[in-house]
Design a protein around this ligand. Structure first.
Ligand SMILES: [Fe+2]
Length: 428
């Protein structure tokens, strides 16, 4: 049997790397494989690269290594001009390390004698810049994996774990060591055990020293050197959620034409960011010490919708679509289903209504399968689709109480994840 540890997306976070290496030391692995994005965003680029290069572990480049190698050269696309963080990272890293990085490969094919061949990429076979997400269809993934002979393919880049059989490929993602984006402030990595039967993955999660990370962020003057982008990236580390795309999406809808600044970002941080968040990251991982509703009691005046509730659900949907248009949130493509489809969903027992002082103020759909997937292969997940909360009551933490309730329902059904797919506000 061969035992591997796969680590990826360290993002210059040395405390997270050290915590993971300490955990790996208890697992007697034959090799540690490093899948790119060793640097970028964090304050320890030199320490992380030198630790890994000195250990001599097999490694590949990620998109953040490309930023460093191509920034300010003829190869850089025009939009990289605004990358305030790249020059700062280059300086901390030093030219020797940049020259080493220039010689790293983009992919590795691993051929152990006692296990099937295994292939690794940073994001996907065709590019280190676009990764594979949970919502991608089997057809899409097959098209991207065509031509890969190895039956096990390990990728990273999304910072979200994946363990999925797609046609003849076992597709895996270990999540991120240094910049987790699933809402849990812990480093992620993956153990792999390979033998004649294939590779089996165990996803590991390890706490790390956040105080040390933030002390180094302050000491290296990350925010002072990188401006508002540095401020947003520090917030990503703190919240373990992607922020920069959502922040700009919100700015574009709230203040068209305005550039992001400290005041605008403060305002964004005080808002519910889920309507602006890329839907791939609407994922919550359940575990005993973590609650979606921030410890709120899931006390709700909630009932399963019946036939007579169609008009009420429809009205909330119509208001949500109007709110959606107003905020230019194209990603949801929310529409009001025809009454027959709505009734069918109610008959399947998927639709719930929440009342406040006798008035229906929120609607949601709970499903035990993924309506976006034909293969319905993810069975450890509860899907919370189209949570619609009336705008005027959203301030009362109703959304979070709905999430806390869904979390409890998922736990009672022994599910490991909740996927939360849309939060349009119904404007009344
Ligand atoms: Fe990354």
């Amino acid at each position: 049997m061969t035992r591997l540890a796969v680590i990826a997306d360290i993002h210059a976070n040395l405390p997270a790397l050290e915590a993971v290496l300490e955990d790996i030391a208890h697992h007697d692995v034959d090799q540690i494989v490093v899948l790119g994005d060793l640097v970028g965003r964090g304050p320890y680029p030199r320490q992380v690269v030198e630790r890994i290069v000195q250990a001599g572990w097999p490694l590949i480049r990620g998109n953040h290594e490309y930023y460093l190698l191509d920034y300010n050269t003829v190869r850089a696309p025009a939009e990289w001009k605004n990358h305030t963080m790249t020059a700062w990272t280059q300086e901390l890293l030093g030219s020797d390390n940049l020259k080493r990085m220039a010689c790293w490969p983009d992919t590795l094919s691993l051929r152990f004698r006692d296990a099937p061949p295994l292939r690794v990429f940073h994001a996907s076979p065709e590019t280190p810049f676009h990764g594979f997400f949970h919502h991608h269809s089997d057809d899409y993934l097959c098209e991207k994996l065509a031509g890969i002979d190895e039956g096990t393919v390990v990728v990273a880049h999304t910072h979200l774990v994946l363990d999925r059989q797609v046609d003849r490929w076992h597709l895996l993602n270990p999540g991120s060591v240094g910049l987790p984006l699933d809402g849990i402030q812990q480093a992620r990595y993956m153990l792999l055990e390979g033998d004649d039967h294939g590779w089996r993955a165990t996803q590991r999660r390890v706490p790390f020293d956040y105080d040390a990370l933030f002390a180094e962020i302050r000491r290296t003057k990350l925010i002072e050197n990188c401006g508002i982008a540095g401020r947003i990236f520090a917030h990503e580390f703190r919240t373990a959620r992607p922020q920069i795309v959502a922040a700009h999406r919100w700015l574009h809808s709230a203040y068209p034409g305005r550039a992001m600044d400290e005041a605008a970002f403060e305002e964004f941080c005080s808002l519910n960011f889920w309507p602006y968040q890329n839907k791939s990251y609407h994922v919550f991982v359940l575990q005993p010490y973590y609650t979606l509703g921030d410890g709120l009691e899931p006390s709700l005046d909630l009932r399963r919708a019946e036939h007579g509730d169609v008009a009420s659900v429809e009205q909330l949907l119509v208001q949500a679509v109007a709110g959606d248009k107003k905020q230019a949130l194209q990603q949801w493509k929310l529409n009001v289903p025809d009454q027959r489809a709505l009734l069918a969903s109610i008959e399947r027992g998927e639709v719930y209504l929440v009342a406040d002082q006798g008035e229906d103020v929120a609607a949601l759909r709970l499903q035990w399968y993924d309506e976006d997937q034909d293969s319905k292969q993810v069975l450890d997940t509860l899907y919370l689709h189209k949570v619609i909360v009336r705008h005027d009551v959203a301030a009362q933490a109703l959304e979070r109480r709905v999430l806390a309730w869904a979390e409890q329902a998922a736990r009672e059904a022994a599910k490991a994840h909740v996927r939360y797919l849309a939060v349009p506000r119904a404007q009344v």
